[in-house]
Design a protein around this ligand. Sequence first.
Ligand code: TMP
Length: 238
Amino acid sequence: MKKKMYEGKAKIVYELLDQPDRVLIQYKDDATAFDGTKRGQIQGKGQVNNQVSAIAFELLESQGISTHFLHVASDTEMVCKRVTIIPVEVVVRNIVAGSLAKRLGIQEGLELDEPVLEFYYKSDELHDPMVNTYHIRAMKLASDEEMSTIENMALRVNQVLQPFLLDKGLLLVDFKLEFGRYGGTVILADEISPDTCRFWDTKTRQKLDKDRFRRDLGGVEEAYQEVLRRLAGREVHP
Ligand code: TMP
């Protein structure tokens, strides 16, 4: 028995009535961009994001990084630990793109000497404003200890994912993470997918992520399938 707990732009979270410490997460084909002002559907996205996230979480767990992931439940669903999401979105950047290029007037594609970390306050009403650790402390969004754990984990995730993806011919340009509180600890939550990461082909630098939808570049479905094909060595048929 399951009961809808929360429906977001790209996922539905159900509580499992016989397992109060777990949730079922269903990934949707619905896509939004620019704070929900651009809307559409990406056929097969739910399957790709579920499976890509599962592969990423399994890899991270194998490298000692705790995540909410427990197991895949269907093509578009996974069972996860039920966490309380910390309202701080963490962006890690290896190559300049997107809002960093725009905000600071830096050319997209510039490789950063070391990863850049950014924090955003997760608030729909305020449109997820960027915040620093002083704002996070003032607003009591997370404790200093939690922020130190989050920062270390985010950099570790980058260290694990970057070489794994490079081996599949993908550059990890940047990505967004969310963390959750679970029984007194902080674990990685949310998803790791072409919706929340920028992946560029190593050789051609072709974009293989949601930027194809955001920027109307075409070949959106194909890009999502290509990411799953490279990570899992298989294709899904919507
Ligand atoms: P940005 O360049 O638009 O700030 O995005 C940085 C990374 O974060 C990129 O990989 C996409 C991801 N992201 C999300 O997952 N959700 C969001 O709402 C935004 C704005 C970015």
